[in-house]
Write a protein that binds this ligand. Structure first.
Ligand SMILES: Cc1cc2nc3c(=O)[nH]c(=O)nc-3n(C[C@H](O)[C@H](O)[C@H](O)COP(=O)(O)OP(=O)(O)OC[C@H]3O[C@@H](n4cnc5c(N)ncnc54)[C@H](O)[C@@H]3O)c2cc1C
Ligand code: FES
Ligand code: FES
Length: 483
């Protein structure tokens, strides 16, 4: 049985743990405001807010309920559009009306839910943040400008929000219904309910490892609902980002959003947040994890490309108990992330091993890191080709280099020869041009829906130029590089 609060109501669901929240909400609870557009995380019509108890109170994040497993919402608060309704329109709903942000209305609940998340966040809501909150919502009618105006208007109305107590402030000022004020205590009571035994947890040790589900539910949509799952998403032992000595260690269940919000990573890799904005959308980044991206082994996984270039090491842990928290004493081994990939979707990892952590050497003041991606759309699209680079420089020379490339081989590719070639070379046009010759020898793109093999080679060359132009703008221009 899975327990969670749905809007103002406690739900004890006996549905299989792999059932998606979308189906629970629409067909078990008959709340039809949450819409189904694509069932692939692409349109945002099914967006819900998921509140989780933290030391600071309940933290809400938008998620696409079509990819959200019931097992992952145990002990949480799910908010659908019905749970935002009050006697009169909420300021978010009113802004959509005032700015003509809705026409046929199909996408509107998703937009309202995503925007309402701005009332709950501990961040100051800027126009940029409000518009970013709806980057996973698609509308076929309005042309977006009117919806963006609604977001801008909301940002202005939330200027006075108390970021220390956003829920209290939003309830008091009519942005959220009053029942929100009692959710922290109700979730706390559920957490400390000692009448529930571990056997009742909705996860099983021999089930499919399930993190955010954003790859699993897209690829195995028809079978996941009844499949036994082993939910890792909420396992505290696999969360967190910390620095130990010269190593940055990140739990396998850290999401892309966790990486973006990490103060440690902002310090170590100041451009990382900008790079991560190119990965999926806000609601998918709130779900998709590092381990999921690595183990899914897509040749164009963006996080994989970034962490291969960081020369990361992963920890694989064998465990036969559902919660890693209770079993970290189990056997672990470490390998370089680049060595995980043996062939197309073939991994140096047994079925019983979980990817529990990733670590990389903390960048020094002489380290440069950069990521580039080309996709058909700038946002909410997977790459045709991507690439990341880490350079440790010594004056005018490259001391050590690690370069990755996606979409040019059956696996996420560590460009070993290119990396070796760059080490010890001066930072110059000649070095970059010669490195491209080496790079061309070690990639083997194929023609597919994302472009011909020749086109992908060309893209990779341009991305490689872009790395150097972005990292050393004073030394490189495109004209000189292609000359
Ligand atoms: C709309 C949309 C847009 C997307 N855009 C991008 C994009 O721009 N760039 C990009 O790179 N990806 C993108 N993705 C793919 C996806 O979001 C990422 O790959 C994400 O990081 C997967 O993580 P997850 O936690 O959801 O994985 P899951 O779906 O939970 O799992 C993926 C695989 O990893 C296994 N697994 C999960 N956790 C562990 C673990 N700890 N140990 C062992 N095995 C494990 C699962 O069994 C499964 O085989 C997109 C997906 C969607 C739906
Ligand atoms: S139905 Fe389209 S994102 Fe869920
Ligand atoms: S109003 Fe019709 S899809 Fe957005």
């Amino acid at each position: 049985m899975t327990r969670f609060i749905l809007n103002d109501t406690l739900v004890e669901s006996t549905a299989t743990p792999g059932t998606v929240v979308l189906d629970i909400v629409r067909y078990h609870q008959q709340l039809k405001g949450t819409k189904i557009g694509c069932r692939e995380g692409d349109c945002g019509a099914c967006t819900v807010l998921v509140g989780e108890l933290t030391a600071e109170g309940v933290e809400y994040k938008s998620m696409t309920s079509c990819l959200l497993a019931l097992a992952n919402v145990e002990g949480k608060h799910i908010v659908t559009v019905e749970g935002l309704n009050m006697e009169k329109l909420s300021p978010v709903q009113q802004a959509m009306v005032d700015e003509s942000g809705t026409q046929c209305g199909f996408c509107t609940p998703g937009f309202v839910v995503s925007l309402s998340g701005c009332c709950m966040t501990r961040e100051k809501v800027t126009e940029d943040l409000a518009v970013r909150a709806i980057d996973g919502n698609i509308c076929r009618c309005t042309g977006y400008k009117s919806i963006e105006r609604a977001a801008t208007s909301l940002a202005a109305q939330l200027a006075a929000k108390d970021v220390q107590d956003p829920i209290g402030w939003s309830v008091q000022n009519g942005f959220l219904p009053s029942y929100f004020a009692g959710i922290t205590d109700r979730l706390q009571a559920m957490k400390t309910d000692v009448t529930r035994s571990n056997n009742e947890q909705p996860s099983t040790s021999n089930g499919i490892p399930l993190s955010g589900g954003t790859d699993l539910y897209v690829q195995k949509h028809d079978t996941m609902h009844h499949a036994p799952v082993r939910s890792i998403f909420n396992d505290e032992a696999l969360k967190g980002i910390r620095i130990e000595g010269d190593q940055c260690i990140i739990g396998g269940a850290a999401t892309a959003a966790d990486l973006m919000n990490s103060a440690e990573l902002k310090e170590l890799l100041p451009q990382l947040e900008k790079h991560l904005l190119l990965v999926s959308s806000t609601s998918i980044r709130n779900m998709g994890t590092l381990a999921g991206n690595f183990v899914n082994a897509s040749p164009i996984g963006d996080l994989t490309a970034m962490f291969i270039a960081l020369d990361s090491t992963i920890t694989l842990t064998t465990s036969d108990t559902p919660g890693m928290t209770r079993s970290l004493a189990n056997e672990s081994r470490s390998i370089k992330l680049k060595e995980l990939y043996q062939g197309y979707k073939q991994l140096d990892k047994s079925a019983t091993e979980l990817l529990t952590a990733v670590r990389f050497t903390v960048p020094s003041k002489n380290t440069r890191f950069h990521f580039e991606k080309v996709s058909k759309r700038t946002y909410l699209d997977i790459a045709s080709v991507n690439s990341a680079i880490r350079l440790d420089i010594d004056g005018d020379s490259i001391r050590e280099a690690h370069v990755s490339a996606g979409g040019v081989a059956p696996v996420p590719k560590y460009l070993a020869n290119t990396s070796t070639f760059l080490a010890g070379k001066p930072i110059s046009n000649d070095t970059v041009r010669a490195a491209i010759e080496v790079m061309n020898e070690e990639v083997a793109p194929i023609s597919d829906a994302r472009g011909t093999a020749d086109y992908k080679r060309l893209l990779l060359r341009q991305l490689f130029f872009a790395h150097f132009m972005e990292l050393f703008p004073e030394r490189f221009t495109l004209n000189e590089l292609v000359a």
